[in-house]
Write a protein that binds this ligand. Structure first.
Ligand SMILES: [Zn+2]
Length: 200
């Protein structure tokens, strides 16, 4: 692509283009929006980025991102320390928190096992998970991992490693979403929902 702006602007566009969901075209539009609204957008965003860069760190217990270590969830005495929900990334933790119904604690793996990418358990926070479970406080581990090949491989691996830990290991139910029409669902979801049916 021919450079049409100065090197500073091209650099901004190149960095924005590394964000998930932004291709070169939308990065260009985002850069332009920022530059046109310096006071309302560019400068506050730059300040927010600098502050996040300086203050946000990974919780040494669960791996979540927060400005305090341990994070807010880990240090909240009203959260149930006997229940540990294992998630792939912080985004899944945020989604579960938005749901608002889970009152236990979390463990962020930092990825999934992947034969294709050559990612083994040592690349994930598996050792820390086993340490926490063997610490004695945990009674249930919920494996809230994606319904993908890597997600399920990881879930089965963890279930195996936790088999002798004296805790109950559960997985999230999969099936029909709230408000979901059956004829809109994919076959895999319907099959899962049928297998996971429960007494009415
Ligand atoms: Zn934490």
């Amino acid at each position: 692509m021919a450079a049409s702006a100065g090197p500073e602007i091209e650099r901004l566009i190149a960095l924005l283009g590394k964000l998930p969901g932004l291709g070169p075209r939308s990065a260009r539009r985002a850069a332009l929006a920022l530059l046109k609204r310096k006071d309302q957008l560019l400068n506050p965003l730059a300040a927010a980025l600098a502050e996040a860069g300086a203050k946000v760190r990974a919780c040494s217990a669960c791996g979540a991102l927060d400005t305090s270590d341990p994070c807010q969830v880990c240090s909240d005495p009203s959260r149930d320390a006997a229940t540990l929900c294992v998630v792939e990334e912080v985004g899944a933790l945020w989604a579960l928190e938005r749901g608002g119904s889970y009152r236990g604690r979390y463990h962020v793996l930092g990825g999934l096992l992947s034969a294709l990418d050559g990612r083994g358990p040592e690349a994930l926070r598996v050792g820390q998970l086993l340490d926490r479970v063997n610490g004695g406080e945990v009674r249930e581990v919920i494996l809230a991992l994606p319904a993908t090949v890597d997600g399920q491989t990881t879930a089965h691996y963890l279930a195996d490693r936790l088999a002798d830990a004296g805790v109950s290991v559960t997985m999230l139910a999969r099936g029909v979403p709230v408000g979901g029409e059956l004829d809109w669902l994919d076959d895999g979801t319907i099959a899962q929902a049928m297998r996971a049916r429960r007494p009415a």
